[in-house]
Design a protein. Structure first.
Length: 266
């Protein structure tokens, strides 16, 4: 299936930048990601809630929470069975995964990221919510968000790819929950969602990043998506943290995003 064939039931443009500690280029990246992803299905955009205010130790929390509610309303209205998300910062995937987990109780999440993203408001040294989505999905969200979430994701239904960086709180959460890494060649059956944070990539190959600390090659990243698409039911793909410094970078990085979307159709 090629571009324009309605490969996904919905493309959610979710240009959240408020969760990042380095948001300067995320809006440009989110717009470029949405431009590519919009070729793969009907698109709806989550409204930007502005700067917001800090609450409970989380920066810009009121805006993040408002955007979560908007995204949930869009997803509940459209009820997509197969969902492509053009993200800003990686915490936008909390709303997406919570929706898919409600629809598919046996959902497996593959988290492709350089970072563990498993801090909580209590353990985060930065207060940036894009370092907390994994913990939030597993029952450790701030109270006002936790009240909106469904059943926590089981650690047995979660696998990291390429994650190697974390604070003490991240590693404590990973050990406490027994979070595992997807082995090379390991297959996953049943409904699958892939969270693809572009900062998982080696910056020598993909330099358009706010956090250039990844080690994953472009081809290895594409292989993860292709394997999930071919071995199971890939019901969700979220692409996040594209942070090009200018329009030339946006154009260059968009070529890989196009390849990621195509890989999901294997």
């Amino acid at each position: 299936m090629q571009s324009g064939d309605g490969a996904f039931d919905l493309v959610l443009s979710y240009p959240q930048w408020q969760g990042s500690g380095r948001p300067e280029n995320l809006r440009r990246g989110a717009a470029a990601t949405a431009e590519v992803c919009g070729r793969y299905g009907p698109m709806v955009q989550v409204p930007d809630a502005g700067e917001g205010e800090a609450r409970g130790g989380i920066n810009r929390w009121t805006a993040i929470l408002e955007q979560f509610r908007s995204a949930r309303a869009i997803l509940d209205e459209h009820q997509p069975g197969r969902l492509l998300t053009a993200g800003g910062d990686c915490a936008c995937d909390v709303a997406v995964i919570d929706y898919l987990h409600r629809r598919y109780p046996d959902l497996t999440v593959i988290w492709v990221d350089a970072h563990l993203d498993a801090n909580t408001a209590e353990t985060s040294p930065s207060g940036n919510f894009h370092g907390m989505p994994v913990a939030a999905l597993m029952g450790a969200a701030p109270a006002d968000l936790q009240a909106l979430l469904s059943t926590p994701l089981s650690p047995a239904r979660f696998h990291y790819v390429a994650a190697h960086l974390g604070d003490d709180g991240d590693w404590d959460f990973q050990r406490d929950k027994g979070l595992s890494w997807l082995d090379a060649g390991e297959t996953v059956s049943g409904p699958i969602h892939i969270h693809f944070d572009l900062d998982s990539l080696d910056p020598a190959e993909f330099p358009h990043l706010a956090y250039p600390e990844g080690k994953l090659s472009l081809e290895a990243g594409l292989a993860v998506v292709r394997a999930a698409a071919s071995s199971g039911t890939l019901v969700g793909l979220t692409i996040t943290e594209f942070a090009p410094a200018g329009e030339a970078g946006a154009k260059d990085g968009s070529r890989f995003i196009e390849r990621l979307c195509a890989a999901a159709l294997t």
